[in-house]
Design a protein around this ligand. Sequence first.
Ligand SMILES: [Zn+2]
Length: 410
Amino acid sequence: MQKLLVNIKELFQVRASSEQPVYGLDMKDLPSIKNAWLLIENGCIADFGEMNSLPALSCEQLDAKGGYVLPTWVDCHTHIVFAASREEEFVMKIQGKSYEEIAASGGGILNSARKLAGAREEDLYEDAAKRLKQLIALGTGAIEIKSGYGLSLEAELKMLRVIKKLKENFALPIKANLLAAHAIPREYGSNRNAYIQLIVDEIIPAAAKEGLADFVDAFCEKGFFSPEETDFILKTGKSYGLRAKIHANQLSISGGVQVGVANDAISVDHLEEIGEEELLSLQASRTIPVALPSCSFYLGIPFAPVRKMMNANLPVAIASDYNPGSSPSGNMNFLHSLACIKLKMLPREAINAATINAAFAMGVEKEVGSITKGKLANLILTKELPSLEYLAYSFGENCISKVLLKGEIF
Ligand SMILES: [Zn+2]
């Protein structure tokens, strides 16, 4: 099955190969071909070039009508499986209620966990599938999804089975991340070690045995999991073939970056608080730093100092952190704008962060993240725009004309 995309005003993120992420100082460059065509064969990118070298093929043609073509967004950090949205908390925060007051009236991770424990797997799947469809329509073409609202053996496995079913039913790369170490459940309040023991003795082995997880994660933060506990959980995950990917340094310099690097984490995510030692540790690793600006935006906490990381030549990625409590949006177009406005990334730097570098941060760099022969034809076609920078500038405007997954219009 062949399909030829023609009259592309400019084809962006064109790379002959993608053996490595794009490092900080190179992130401003987004290689492109002006006035281009692109050939899709069996769902993959087969070839591309300038319109004056258009191949004479008698296959289906799709006219880009002067729009741009980019690889789809890669969202390398989400929590899209959850039982209920939390807009009551949103309103309470606006009214000035404290975290404790909100938790007492049914907010927070532990309350998400309580709701999830009572939810049916089929309902969780239907809701998550609905969210995923919305995200694909907004240009997301690969996604990482975490468990972590289960916080018991049964409920964590239930969440991971929902992710497995999403993998089976959707035509985009999906990675499952076991985040049982998201919080200590209420019933273990005075005996946190018993919960950590449950994670390493039962939850990780069971998830690995059923082939339900690709990664293992922990929320390494004061009041959640210490660096030592995180290390124990990551090492156990590794012994079951799960690569580490962690939440670190959201609220304080937690030691999480170093624990992630020591465990060869594929990424360390959040990084709102980061010092010289963390930068040095990341420079000596192949771990991708992932910033989550919509979480900072929504909570009103500091933004990750991404320019500092890029000046240190780190291959920064960005992700939505879509979750019901601290980032109730997975709109990567808005995230692209936010990265420019709040993280001071140039629009092209933010595109590298949300495509190729994000692909490395979730281990799908061979499938997506750039316009490279052999990769999936997961593509965004834009409307006719005055410039590529207009995409980030006109925040909130829908600039997408079509989204293709494996060459098929979604
Ligand atoms: Zn998260």
